[in-house]
Design a protein around this ligand. Sequence first.
Ligand code: ZN
Length: 185
Amino acid sequence: MSCKSFLTLITVLLCANAVFGVNIISRAQWGGRSATSKSTLATGLSYAVIHHTAGVYCSTQAACSLQMRNMQNYHMDSLGWADIGYNFLIGGDGQVYEGRGWNTLGAHATNWNSKSIGISFMGNYNTNVPTAAQIAAAKALLADAVSRGQIKSGYILYGHRQVGSTECPGDNLYAEIKKWANWRA
Ligand SMILES: [Zn+2]
C-alpha cells in the first residue's frame, strides 16, 4: 500500500469512528430477549469494571451470539435478574456485543453497579488469552463511552477482583488491563 493510500485509509477509519463509534452487535442481532425492567445508569461516571464470563470461549459471531443467549437465559431464568448482567461483552471474534447497553444500570459488581459500566470478555481468562482484536474492541468501546459522556475522560479502570472477592477477570486478562492507561492499582 502506498503512503498516500495508507493515510487515506487512516483518515477514513478515524472519521468513521468519530461519526459512528465502535460497531456493536445489537441485541436484535444476537437474538436477545427484552429486559423485564430497566433502571437508568447516570452519565459522567468515574469507573469502568472489566470482567470475564468464566464461561465458554467463542470465536465466531454465530457462536458468540449463542453464548449471549445462553448467558441471558441463565441470568434471567436461574438468577432472576432483569436482563443479562453486563453493559457490554467482548467476543473472542473481536466484536462488541450489546448487553444492557448505554445508560442502563447493570448487575455485574456488588456496590459498583451505579458507579461504573461493566464490560465482560466471553471466556475464562485464567486459561484463555485476550486477543489483539478483543483488546482493540474493548479500548474502542471505552473511548466511545468517554465520547458519549457515560464515563469521564479521567475514569478509573478496575478488574472485578479489585472491587469484589472474585478471581474475575482471570489472570491473563487482569495482566493485560494492568497495562491500560486508565487502570489503577
Ligand atoms: Zn466479574
